[in-house]
Design a protein around this ligand. Sequence first.
Ligand code: COA
Length: 386
Amino acid sequence: MTPIGIHDLELATAHHVLDLGLLATSNGTDPNKYRIGIGQDEMSMPAPDEDVVTMGASAALPLLQRHGADGIRTLLFATETGLDQSKAAGVWVHQLLGLPAHVRTVELKQACYSATAALQAAIGIIARSPEEKVLVIASDVARYELDSGGEPTQGAGAVAMLVSANPALVEIEPISGVHTADVDDFWRPNDSSTAVVDGALSVRAYLDALTGAWDDLAARGGPELAAIDRVVYHQPFTKMAKKAQQRLSQHAGSDLGEVGLQTGSVYNRRLGNTYTASLYASLAALLDHEDDLAGQRVGLFSYGSGSVSELLTGIVQPGYASADRARRVREALDARVPLDVAEYRQLHATELPSGVDVATPRVTKAPFRFAGIRGRARHYERTDGG
Ligand code: COA
């Protein structure tokens, strides 16, 4: 069988950053609750001229610069930060990236899970047409109400993955475990720009989904936990990965200890929650911060509230390491423009007026920007002259 999986991967984030130490001081919380208790240091926040389209296109651009567009006939855009009830956000990305017309483009939604559905759909397409490549983009802005329990777990970011036969990074193995359960732990009603969340229930539902997906993986003949070298997890906050690894170790009867937890959360600690992109940001961090993963089996646990989850495994390919990506991500994170708490609260409260034309202020330094709304349609532009 032809190996299929992630050939290359890139991250992008937003223009601004809020240090959670500032948020803690402003609301009278011990900063260690954020840094240690939930495991978050910072959160990214988009400028008014950024959104999931600009972040997604910015993540995908370097992939196209490295590999070209040849063979890409499908663009799958995973997000739970929907910008339109009808049009797929990927169509704007397709235009911004100058992709050829002969590409099918669609948006997928199921909370934080849908990038994994996109990855599996991509693998299915390539299994049938091994010469094709699929561009998978996961891009989200995590927004909760000001002064709510979820506030310190906001964030923003995108991961773009080029999926192909004979991948250079991670071959995805054919067997996976899946799990669906109708649960009201987290959702975003159509009339709300912030999520509704029952935090404690979401943690329980996540862990139950993990054991459910594990049981399905085992029943279908997947590997024993002892044969999995690292596991990366969806990280609504990085402490969740630690809780998940403990639960998985107990449930599957093999102690993973804390292996991979620190390396797998280097980016997520600074990005905040990136919903669909979170698991794949964690995979990137693991690949970028461990020396000797070639030939090792990595488990990937994807969870989307509501809830759908999947546990898949992949084999890290020889020559996977890219010191360059670690540098690029660190530089992008360091280059974010800090907000103080007053500026953060003002930006959070700013929403686009409904039904009128809007021109957004020029703020972002990213290669793409959201220019505004004309005649109720969103407009984007490339800023780097490319
Ligand atoms: N120093 C160190 N740790 C501290 C601390 C301190 N001063 N104060 C509290 N903590 C720890 C707590 O012991 C707890 O640890 P534990 O989870 O290991 O028991 C942790 O910090 C969180 O404290 P808690 O009181 O549970 O926080 P909270 O009521 O504010 O809720 C979340 C935390 C994560 C549930 C909340 O931020 C949330 O709802 N986030 C959104 C959830 C989400 O995104 N779900 C999506 C689907 S998974």
